[in-house]
Structure formats: C-alpha cells, structure tokens
Write a protein that binds this ligand. Structure first.
Ligand code: NAP
Length: 335
C-alpha cells in the first residue's frame, strides 16, 4: 500500500528551553497505535491548543507534539465494528491534542471510545465552528437550565465575552430568550457583542471596581464564566439569591479570591464544567441539542476558517487575549 503522508503542526522544545512550531510532513508511523484512524477534514483552535502550542506542561507533558483537541473527518480504517470506513465522525476532548497527537495533523489515531458519529444535521464545518468551545458553552447553558435558571429571573452574565466559549454562550442564551450581559476587555468589540445578542456590555475594568467587596448588589440569575480570578469572584458576589454560576475557564487566572458569604447568605451554586472527560452519554445529549433545537443558523458570522499554514498567528493572537469568536482550521489540504 502506498505510504500515507500528511502535514502536521509540530511543537518542539528548543535547546534554550523555549518552544517552536513548525509544519512537518509525517507518516502514520508518527501516530500512536490505536483502534480508529481518522482522516481529518477540519479542526478548530481552542485556548487549550494555544497553551499546548506554547509549551504549557500543564496541558502537554511530552514534546514534540501536535496539538488540536478537536477533529472532524472520515474513518480511514478501524479495528472495531462500531464504525465503518468512510463514516463521518467527531472526536473532541479526552486526551486528543494533549498528549495524543491532535487535530492539527492530517490524520489522528484514537481509541474508539473517544469517537462519535457526526450528529446528523451538522456539516463537518459547522461541527468545528462549534467545537470544544461551543460544546462547553452548550454545557454551561444546559447546566444553568438544569439547575433551574429561567429567563424571567434576571440577566445572565457572560465573561470573556468575545472569546470562543463566551461568544457562543451569548448566542445560545439570547436565542433562548435570556437577557445577556457581557464583560469584555475589548473596547472596540462592543458592537460585535450587541450584534450576537448582548443587551449590555460592561468594560472589564469597570466590572472589577467592586472586586474588593465581600458582596455586591444582587444582579445575575446565572453566570457563564470563562476567565476565573477576580472576574469570577466579582460575578459570584453579584449573583442573586439561589442563582447559579458556571465556571469553565481560567483565561485570566486559576485563582478564586472569595469568601463563603455568597454561598451561605444567598444560596448561590457554583457549578464546575469540564468538557475533556465528560461522559459520552452527556456529550451526545449536548451535541443533540447543538445540532437540533439549539442549532445556530448564523454561526458562520462569528467564525473564521484558516489553513494550517496561517494557524501560527492565530495561536499568538489567542495567547495575547485577542481572540474573537471561533477559528476553524481547514485540514483538507494537509494530506
Ligand atoms: N472546562 C472545559 O472543559 C473548557 C473547555 C473549553 C474552554 N475552556 C476554557 O475556557 C476559557 C476560554 O476558552 P476560549 O476557547 O473561549 O478562549 P478564547 O477564545 O481565547 O477566549 C478567552 C477570552 O477571555 C478573555 N480574556 C483573555 N485574557 C484575559 C485576562 N487576562 N483577563 C480577563 N479576560 C481575559 C478575552 O475576552 P474579552 O476580551 O472579551 O474579555 C478572550 O477573548 C479558557 O480558559 C479555556 O481553557 C475550558
């Protein structure tokens, strides 16, 4: 059989201790030996990929490495009956792109338990416009609803609003009739946030004015927080009685400088959200929503598609906090 060659973004450690990214031609021998080989059509850029591409050992322990926690494509070959060659599938999270070569390569080789059929109505491109970031936004919204947050109770706050998780969370919440208030550090992106469904945009520094207080005026019925640190703490302090705060990210900080008062005086619930290890049952339930009742017809307006050749600059932009919406990586030329 003709040897399969494909391109991959490879991150390697330099002699001076820093990390460099380069596009390399690889063969299937460069991939781990797993049950399912997938020819990747699209991947997407998530914050975790940017960290992995920057040599972050909390995400990736072993280099050289190919990041990419998302991949959609067709089964090339498989050792299990569950899937057939040619079938369109989606693989996201688990160890993909962390210590298992990820979607920024033309092929991935993964255990079958990480793979699901592409949810029917979605195109491959749409699935990656959503990707892990959109799936995580979906999980946050699902959790708010599950824990009883309803539109008439008051506004839902979204932080890190212009980012991948934040922007899709705004669209999902607005589409379900919630009043959405957003926090952003980008003074030039207020119009974008209003366009995608924010009724109010708060400047990050203004929002942090109350950070020193133990409790703030009760405003938020729910929160989708993607940044952590003082912003998450301030959001919790301003959450209404019985309100729910979902915490899924740490773009600002992994710390949470807070007292217990919002919990013991206002009954606030802090709900953690993880997409990497979330069960396949829950994944399928969330994707069913994202591809059905929650499908966003105008998703493309907040997404850009780039090639593997131009991905490097997007990674730098994301690391500097400059991301807006979602970035899809077209991998069809990588083989
Ligand atoms: N739990 C999970 O399974 C899961 C899954 C996906 C993502 N995440 C996490 O969620 C977070 C967001 O991911 P993403 O894909 O949306 O990333 P992203 O597209 O880079 O968006 C992050 C946004 O956070 C804001 N931000 C960046 N640096 C900041 C800082 N120093 N202080 C305050 N705000 C800052 C910026 O928005 P503004 O300029 O609008 O404020 C930025 O656009 C990341 O921490 C990621 O690791 C977690």
């Amino acid at each position: 059989m003709k040897q399969i060659k494909f391109q991959a973004l490879v991150v390697s450690k330099k002699e001076d201790g820093g990390y460099q990214r380069s596009l390399q031609w690889q063969t299937l021998e460069d991939l781990p030996d797993n049950e399912v080989l997938i020819k990747v059509e699209y991947s997407s850029l998530n914050y975790k990929d940017a960290l992995s591409a920057d040599g972050n050992r909390g995400v990736t322990r072993r280099y050289p490495h190919t990041p990419g926690i998302d991949a959609v494509g067709r089964i090339h070959s498989t050792g299990v009956d569950q899937f057939s060659p040619g079938e369109k599938v989606l693989c996201m999270g688990y160890d993909l792109g962390m210590n298992t070569a990820g979607g920024f390569g033309g092929y991935i080789s993964v255990p079958s338990s990480w793979v699901m059929a592409l949810p029917g109505p979605l195109t491959s491109l749409e699935a990656m416009q959503i990707g892990t970031a959109g799936f995580t936004a979906g999980q946050c919204v699902h959790r708010l609803l599950e824990l009883g947050v309803q539109a008439p109770q008051g506004p839902v706050l979204v932080t890190g609003a212009t980012g991948g998780v934040g922007s899709i969370a705004i669209r999902l919440l607005a589409a379900q009739g919630f009043e959405v208030v957003t926090v952003t550090g980008k003074s030039d992106q207020h119009a974008f946030l209003h366009d995608i469904g924010a009724s109010k945009v708060i400047d990050r520094q203004k929002f942090l004015a109350g950070a020193g207080k133990l409790l703030l005026r009760e405003r938020w019925a729910g929160v989708v927080d993607t940044v952590g640190g003082d912003i998450l703490a301030t959001a919790i302090k301003g959450t209404r009685y019985d309100g729910v705060v979902t915490s899924c990210g740490n773009a600002a900080s992994g710390d949470l400088p807070l007292s217990v008062y919002p919990f013991i005086l206002r009954g606030v619930t802090l709900a953690g959200i993880d997409s990497a290890r979330c069960s396949m049952e829950r994944r399928m339930a969330i994707w069913e929503k994202l591809s059905g009742p929650w499908r966003l017809p105008d998703l493309a307006t907040m997404c850009r598609t780039v090639s593997l050749q131009t991905l490097d600059a997007e990674i730098d932009r994301m690391l500097s906090g400059g991301a807006r919406g979602r970035v899809v990586v077209d991998m069809r030329e990588a083989v």
